[in-house]
Write a protein that binds this ligand. Structure first.
Ligand code: CA
Length: 235
């Protein structure tokens, strides 16, 4: 099961930070509060959050400067940023979005609005990872709960095998080259060799047991998930 989404809250006003943290925790998120850009940077260097709530007016570097810096950095680039600002005028909104924020919200805001915006940026970031389930033959995968089953029996997979199976199931009956799988499943894979795909396919097949035949090797082309071999053979 996926951990609670981690939210880095960069806000120097303790009362507001506390209020946000309480609401986030209550809504199933894991908030981490810091008061300025330096502390935020240390936190980012240690653990990448799922989303950043970034106040505009901060001591030291402003939210705008931080957003620009984090967008320029390859490691933090994929993390969605939601700017918090007391200003509501259009030029500031544009400046915030230009600096790389994904959305912004004006203080004072309601908890419901804040949660809705956070969920929206998370959905946009990972359209294929949230809350969908897919079934091919008797193989079922539920992305929301991270569960896979075959004929109703649970199958345990590591995170990479899970993502690989998810991708193959969502694009079943098609052949995917190793390079395509690296692009789609691994994403940031500059230092990953194509052979890595074979290693994970092997692990996936081992975990699938009687359903392993569904993952076919297509000689010279790559891999395909097919429903045609979803019946266990009784040799
Ligand atoms: Ca502030």
């Amino acid at each position: 099961m996926k951990d609670r989404p981690r939210v880095l809250v960069v806000e120097d006003e303790p009362a507001i930070a506390e209020l946000i943290a309480v609401n986030l925790r209550h809504a199933g998120f894991e908030p981490v509060c810091v008061e300025d850009g330096e502390a935020a940077q240390r936190e980012l260097d240690a653990v990448l959050p799922d989303v950043i709530l970034l106040d505009w007016m901060l001591p030291g570097a402003s939210g705008l400067q931080l957003a620009r810096r984090w967008r320029a950095d390859a490691r933090s680039r994929p993390v969605p940023i939601l700017m918090l600002t007391a200003r509501g005028d259009e030029p500031d909104k544009v400046a915030g979005l230009d600096a790389g924020a994904d959305d912004y919200i004006t203080k004072p805001f309601s908890t419901q609005e804040l949660l809705a915006r956070i969920r929206a940026v998370l959905r946009r970031r990972a359209p294929e990872q949230l809350r969908d389930s897919v079934a091919i033959g008797e193989l079922q995968l539920d992305a929301a709960t991270h569960r896979v089953s075959w004929q109703g029996e649970p199958i345990r997979l590591g995170p990479t095998e899970f993502r690989l199976l998810h991708y193959l199931m969502k694009h079943a009956e098609r052949v995917h080259s190793r390079q395509q799988l690296l692009d789609k499943v691994w994403g940031d894979h500059v230092f990953i060799e194509e052979r890595t795909v074979d290693v994970h396919v092997k692990r996936l097949r081992e975990a699938l047991g009687p359903a392993s035949g569904m993952v076919e090797t297509v000689r010279g082309a790559g891999y395909r998930l097919t429903a045609a071999r979803s019946r266990p053979r009784h040799d």
